[in-house]
Design a protein around this ligand. Sequence first.
Ligand code: FRU
Ligand code: FRU
Ligand code: FRU
Length: 492
Amino acid sequence: LPDLQDGPRPTVHTQQAYAPEDDFTAKWTRADARQLKRLSDPSAGSRENSMPASLTMPEVPQDFPDMSNDQVWVWDTWPLTDEHGNQYSINGQEVIFSLVADRSLGFDDRHVYAKIGYFFRPAGVPADQRPENGGWTYGGLVFPEGVTGKIFDDQSYSHQTQWSGSARVFKGGEIKLFFTDVAFYRDAQGHDVKPYDPRIALSVGKIHATGNGVKLTGFTEVQDLLQADGTYYQTGAQNPYFNFRDPFTFEDPAHPGETYMVFEGNSAMTRGAATCNEADLGYQEGDPYAETVDQVNASGATYQIANIGLAKAKNDDLTSWEFLPPILSANCVTDQTERPQFIFKDGKAYLFTITHRSTFGAGIDGPEGVYGFVGDGIRSDFQPLNGGSGLALGNPTNLNYLQGQPFAPDYNQHPGAFQAYSHYVMPGGLVQSFIDTIGTSDDFVRGGTLAPTVKVDIDGATTSVDYTYGDGGLGGWADVPANVNVTPGGHV
Ligand code: FRU
Ligand code: FRU
Ligand code: FRU
């Protein structure tokens, strides 16, 4: 890492583990998040990356291949996994699930039309021997029409969509698909008649994989698992723009036999009346760069109060769940800690989550990317990776310039600032993500397909990009490889 610019010291985090049921929530503090700016080179000029190369995804070229052969927009994507995050192929077929939308829509209109689709491809082929676009076949939508709308009491929704989640494989090819089932209630002008209604949900189906491809059956019913409670997790009544989504289930090595879930939430305060406190700021005693609580609370940063939730399964079917207190809050730091997930390595628990540059609170700045935290257990005093900043893998970004929007990137910004999002960390430190926008205002292309897979080395409280992987650090396009292969004879 480079010499740091002037700024506050990060908060001291012990990484100490607590029981999953304990009422301890780690804080990603403002003192921590302000390390991002300390890592940024204030002299980086127009269109240059101001962030350290070791934390930056290599630049993705504009002439990317489309994995769906022009059939659908593709963004958030997840593999078929077991309780340890291993990625499975079944009878020689790899399978992934993606949010997809019709290509007749503008890419930015996709969120209220999202549906879960799936892709498959033959397992065991090295990335450089596959077709350039990853060699996936689009299998179609997972759910029959109408299934995911049934759980909503109020059937007057204007849009009913399927948002991100995760897929677990069980004996006999059973798949438990955890996802976010969402209803929007909007008028003809697109204004909310009442707050949208996101629920963490489960649907069960089956995979049929042969040499000819993959078919899915089932997924004809949805069970409503969790709705935000207003105590730990903000509700639509508290803030119509609340975030509650993206379930990821796993087994905690410290509690074999139990299944937990992490998900995206917000701290359960009322929008407009939310406040942050000393612990959210996290400054060390006497730090000359410290802010006061009053300054921060007057700055508007109180609108950004993300958290990462924890829930525990109450039965083996994983159909009944209870909330536990959040494991991480980012009060007055960012409003979205999306698609959280755990990786367990060297006796440590690594919590990863994605956040946008635009969702950071006033006074905090950092690139679009995946952020990581390390602790001794799934509930810990998590230490943000890489000098306390939390940044694990960001887009090439120049924090000296505005970012613009994916549909209107800034002229002076690095062309890669929106190149990738929704990173998912896979076995071996491989990271997949989707392409959003590549380029600057005068010349940019929209994505809607998966980016090249990259690799990060995870070591203690640090990560660094492996530039020896693939071509200068860029691996295969849409490369989401299985690390466990199952056949009728068992695991291979
Ligand atoms: C920005 C965003 C996404 C989220 C969506 C919600 O594009 O905040 O992160 O999924 O909009 O509408
Ligand atoms: C991430 C995300 C997820 C959400 C989905 C909606 O890109 O914002 O949090 O489930 O996109 O499109
Ligand atoms: C910014 C903000 C964002 C949030 C959006 C909802 O003021 O709080 O963080 O996503 O507004 O309108």
